[in-house]
Ligand binder design. Sequence first.
Ligand code: PLP
Length: 379
Amino acid sequence: MINFNEPTFAGNELEYISDAVTREHRLCGDGKYTKLCNSWIEQNTKVSKAMLTTSCTHALEIAAMLCEIGPGDEVIMPSYTFCSTADAFVLRGAKIVFVDIRPDTMNIDENLIENAITEKTKAIVPVHYAGVACEMDKIMEIASRHNLKVVEDAAQGVKASYKGKALGSIGDYGCFSFHETKNYCMGEGGAILLRDHDGIERAEIIREKGTNRSKFFRGQIDKYTWVDMGSSYLPSELNSAYLWAQLEKADEILEDRMEKWNLYYQSLSSSDFLRDRVELPYIPEGCDHNAHMFYIKARDLEERTKLIAFLKENGINAVFHYVPLHSAEAGLKFGRFCGEDRYTTQESERLLRLPLHNGLSLDDVSITVSQIIRYYSSL
Ligand SMILES: *Cc1c(COP(=O)(O)O)cnc(C)c1O
């Protein structure tokens, strides 16, 4: 079976975990490995501050608190995303306003955002689908004209960029995921990125159960106390040690994924047979993606369903995702779709993700491509 995903393994993970346990004697958060990961993110994205969290969902929750989102506020985002993007703001009492996507990148259509803004709007949450950037210049310009916060859901965007700027570093706050389905992983985990200095102290407090414990550890105060609302968002050193082994080899991991992504792209686009039958990903100019995902689009839901079944019969596990949030049970309760759903539902029903991970071989890619061609030639 060609697996859809296998968690990345870079080589030094177990050694670093063992180091944390037997030499550092530290399992709780913010030790040596958490700090190494935080600095790596800061250096690679040029943000003022990055902090590992227990998930990207939790990083989004911190961002929602930093944006002071409260009951009745509105937050704009695409409906074609993972539920966490919305959950973090729903937890603060916000109403989610969904906007249609662009069919070429599956990202929020930047030209539809302004129409969704009301006097209750507080934030825009662009999601960089497949590590391909949203049109951030336009989004930042709209946000600044309307005095809105921008929280980037860059869960899939680690080491991807927009016009030379790292994803997650452009909006007020950025959120990464290090879940095992992402390019770099720690089991469960994520990070919050703060572009500017203001907000850093509050973010540290929220992440540390509402205490000023970080300040205490830096020796800036004598004792720490409960000063604000917060939660427990620090990952254990065991998880951070695992991640560090991957971040120190981040370029190799990226190159390896990119090689497979490019082979998919070249093989599928050079097949005359597939030319008018499947649609391939589009990378706009100025966007450097990170080979997070390789997807194709079938004609419609029926064709996709048959193709998935065909691939499965032939030992290939390909998957689809994102039932649009506005049509989900919770989406109906917590959100509304602004404007026409021209592409969100239609395109989500066509999209199929092909296997892509570091354990995949180039042969696996070729086999997958030839099975796709076989399927279409059998029609
Ligand atoms: C994976 C993902 C998340 C959630 O990440 P966790 O680390 O599992 O919380 C949120 N948004 C998007 C777009 C994702 O792909």
